[in-house]
Design a protein around this ligand. Structure first.
Ligand code: PLP
Length: 396
């Protein structure tokens, strides 16, 4: 059966060049980067080369990059690290209602430990208003954490404006850029962030490796204790092949960023417009211009998201109802709820996410099978009324 992968926000396939770059570090150059012999030095050199590749993509100094096990660790390190290093008697953290669970659940844990957290709401556009962030600032605010691109809607948050506010008030700013790095330009200097999380497996690198950009001078308490790796920021023997893969993925992304944004953006628009013109009662969620070129989130009235994902999978098309780590949950997505979607629309939201390997033929195949899947599922819905369909123009 034909297989089409439209779930690149969950994870991406490793690029063949990335795999090739990693292979020698399993088989030949397998040294521990802390060893002083030849093997160790080969591994050390490879890690430092990757750090430079990543720093180039982010416009940072290479000494400001710390390798981690992925986005979740980088987010945890940022929140616990800033709060843990602060000596203030009371501490306050600001974040938003649409963050990934790696930030939201960390913030919940901070609350259990006595930290006050403000979850700033976002409007129906799925974009937070910087003025609302500013209003939430209190005398004891130690950290603002706002994601760069939302993983479910693709919406881009105004980090530059929030960065200016954070600097004016002398508060640290963290951004979870797991979904944006490698897809759109991400420049830590112009964003004005102190901390930025990223993950290799979202940009055609391997799983289980990521990085945290830490602006020079930022005071953080480490999450773990052990050896003196990563300038005492992150102990543990480095995942050399993974780090090499992340460096290569960063290099590949920077080589073709502009063309890929245009190519993938055009494919996403073709998919979205095709769906809206062929399926009645379908609505796109989130701001349509300020979003990643890879992502479209569409709600299909009278449909239950999980059923749709299964039916599309039977036709060979992989998509999702939202964050992979929330699949299986019967609750509607917290992001769709946060932007004011009604229960039914949140339950019928489908995320289509495209990537470097998505082709026009795959989009066309999806457009061929999707309307029939929707029709079939709606025909099983007791609430679906044919007259409601004819009363609405297509794409409303
Ligand atoms: N943050 C965002 C926005 C994500 O989309 C994800 C993964 O889905 C993560 C963090 C977690 O990253 P990782 O899978 O590398 O732990």
């Amino acid at each position: 059966m034909r297989r089409v992968y439209l779930d690149n926000n969950a994870t991406t396939p490793v690029a063949p060049e990335v795999l090739e770059a990693m292979k020698p570090y399993f088989l030949d150059d397998y040294g521990n980067a802390s060893s002083i012999h030849w093997y160790g030095q080969r591994a050390r050199a490879a890690i430092e080369a990757s750090r430079e590749q990543l720093a180039r993509l982010l416009n940072s100094r290479s000494s400001e990059i710390v390798f981690t096990s992925g986005g979740t660790e980088s987010d945890n390190q940022s929140l616990f690290g800033i709060v843990g290093a602060s000596r203030a008697e009371t501490k306050h953290v600001i974040t938003t209602t649409i963050e990934h669970s790696a930030v939201l659940h960390t913030a919940k844990e901070l609350e259990k430990r006595g930290v006050r957290v403000t979850y700033v709401p976002v409007g129906s556009s799925g974009i937070v208003n910087p003025a609302d962030i500013e209003k939430a600032i209190a005398p004891d605010t130690v950290l603002i954490s706002v994601m760069h691109a939302n993983n479910e809607l693709g919406t881009l948050q105004p980090i530059e404006a929030i960065g200016r506010i954070a600097r004016e008030h002398d508060i640290y700013l963290h951004t979870d850029a797991v979904q944006s790095v490698g897809k759109i330009p991400v420049d830590v200097a112009s964003l004005g962030v102190d901390l930025l999380s990223l993950s290799a497996h979202k940009l055609h690198g391997p799983k289980g490796v990521g990085a945290l950009y830490i602006r020079k001078g930022t005071i953080l308490r480490p999450l773990m204790y052990g050896g003196h790796h990563e300038r005492d920021r992150r102990p543990g023997t480095e995942n050399v092949p993974g780090i090499v893969g992340l460096g290569k993925a960063a290099e590949l992304a920077s080589e073709c960023l502009a063309e890929e944004m245009e190519r993938v953006g055009a494919l996403r628009d073709r998919l979205e417009e095709g769906v809206l013109s062929s399926v009645p009662l379908a609505t796109v969620s989130g701001d349509k211009s300020k979003r990643l070129p890879t992502t479209s989130n569409i709600s299909f009235d009278y449909i239950e998201g999980e059923g749709f994902v299964i039916a599309m999978d039977l036709k060979g098309v992989a998509c999702s109802t939202g964050a992979a780590c929330s699949s299986g949950s019967i609750e509607p997505s917290h992001v769709l709820t946060a932007i004011g979607r009604k229960y039914e629309q949140a339950r019928s939201a489908i995320r289509f996410s495209l990537g470097h390997f998505t082709t026009p033929e795959e989009v066309d195949y999806t457009l061929e099978v999707l309307p029939r899947v929707v029709e079939q599922l709606r025909s099983l819905s007791p609430h679906y009324k044919k007259d409601a369909v004819s009363a609405q123009p297509a794409g409303a």
